[in-house]
Design a protein around this ligand. Structure first.
Ligand code: NZQ
Ligand code: ZN
Length: 390
């Protein structure tokens, strides 16, 4: 069944080889004063920085560099908002992965607000305006280039917040798969694990429909096939282009229009892990996924596992539902392991002593135990998932 929904993604996508030739025209629609945001230097190594500067030679460019993975409110968002205000910035150009883009989205609303920006990000105050954001995304993972979310860490209070607002849709996103050739094996695997998890967070929901199941299973099939190709041959255009396109659908709702909302519990758990231990988002999700699956497997949820078993993995229909579910869980575990992700949180630097506190943090910040959820998780369940993941 398709339940009622409202859907709108106002972002214009420019996709494919050399699509950034249109950058000056698109940027010109917003003005000449640009805040160029980027991360730790990958865009300088790849030559993209020089290319962008060349294309925008007629624009006035102020720069904010050094945006870290798991972008930080202090200093990056605070500095970016200040630069926008001081320089009357008309448009922000984000060049990099999801972290740079998320930081730029947060800057875009904080730049139009006179109070403490964290009040917007934490949902205490509703934003009223934003500086437009254009992006060139260089890593296939988050889908931030096509959604209205950003995820920002506040290290002072060990918090990592997902912040959603229609103001955060980028005005335009440029997706050239060739810019992802330099993404290393680790980020390629983690980015794909993130995108796989976005699909799973929406697949494990009720109601669901044949149509949405079909799109999501195709998305999973494409991600699982193409990541293996990209890991072997980083400059395989066909593989990189599929990864890039499928990832961009991850969080903008299109996969789940008319389906129920699961509450995205694996993301709630992972955001606590990143907040406490600054781990790579996709790696944390890969480790949690099979343990979360094991925790929520029940007579109520088993149908979703069976659907994945038959339609995605092509397992034998003669298996019992519970046997099929176990095979699905094992298959995801082995798949992530094959892509090079160590399947234990301890290897990623997470300390078992923090589990109890993290479980409280998740419940307080993300309410994973609501009755409307597909599979509510109370504190004991969260602690079990985290312990099993160690
Ligand atoms: O900082 P630089 O030097 O640019 O290097 C980055 C970074 O070290 C590097 N990189 C990016 N593009 C590259 C490249 N290296 C070589 N060649 C390229 N073309 O990769 C490293 C990781 O980058 P990052 O932006 O952190 O990765 P990703 O895109 O996976 O973003 C992760 C962040 O997004 C959030 C995560 O929580 C995490 O903070 N998420 C955002 C979402 C959203 N806005 O919708 C949803 C997701 O669920 C997720 O939570
Ligand atoms: Zn994610």
């Amino acid at each position: 069944m398709i339940a009622n929904f409202t859907y709108n993604t106002p972002t214009t996508l420019y996709f494919g080889k050399d699509c950034i030739k249109d950058l000056p025209k698109v940027m010109g629609e917003y003005g000449k004063n640009v805040l160029l945001t980027y991360g730790g230097g990958s865009i300088k190594k790849t030559g993209l920085y020089d290319k962008v500067k060349g294309l925008l030679k007629d624009f006035k460019i102020i720069e904010l560099s050094g945006i870290e993975p798991n972008p930080k409110y202090d200093p990056s968002v605070i500095d970016g908002a200040r630069l926008c205000k001081e320089n009357n910035i008309d448009v922000i150009l984000s060049v990099g992965g999801g972290s740079v883009l998320d930081c730029s989205k947060a800057i875009s609303v904080c730049a139009k607000y006179d109070g403490e920006g964290w009040d917007l990000i934490s949902g205490k105050v509703q934003a009223k305006a934003a500086v437009p954001v254009v992006d060139i995304i260089t890593l296939a993972a988050t889908g931030s280039e096509y959604d209205m979310g950003c995820v920002i860490s506040n290290t002072a209070i060990n918090d990592k917040r997902g912040y959603l607002d229609p103001l955060l849709y980028p005005a335009a996103s440029f997706l050239d798969p060739e810019y992802t050739y330099t993404v290393d094996k680790w980020q390629t695997a983690c980015g794909t694990a993130d995108a796989i998890n976005h699909v799973l967070e929406q697949f494990f929901a009720t109601p669901h429909s044949t149509f949405n199941d079909g799109i999501m299973i195709s998305a999973l099939r494409s991600l699982m096939k193409n990541v293996k190709i990209a890991l072997k041959k980083p400059d395989d255009y066909a593989a990189r282009s599929e990864l890039m396109y499928v990832c961009s659908w991850g969080c903008n709702g299109i996969l789940a229009n008319g389906s129920g909302y699961s509450g995205w519990p694996m993301h709630s758990i992972e955001h606590a892990l990143s907040a406490y231990f600054d781990i790579t988002h996709g790696a944390g999700l890969a480790v949690i996924t099979p343990r979360w699956m094991k925790e929520i497997l029940s007579e109520k949820t088993v149908e979703r596992f069976v659907k994945l078993g038959t339609d995605l993995f092509g397992f034998d229909n003669d298996l019992s539902d519970m046997e099929m579910a176990q095979k699905v869980i094992d298959a995801f575990y082995s798949f992530f392991e094959e892509t090079g992700i160590p399947m234990h949180l301890s290897t990623l630097g997470v300390k078992a002593e923090a589990i109890d506190e993290m479980a409280d943090h998740i419940l307080n910040n993300d309410s994973t135990n609501e009755p409307w959820m597909f599979a509510p998780l109370d504190k004991n369940a969260l602690v079990r998932i985290l312990n099993e993941s160690m």
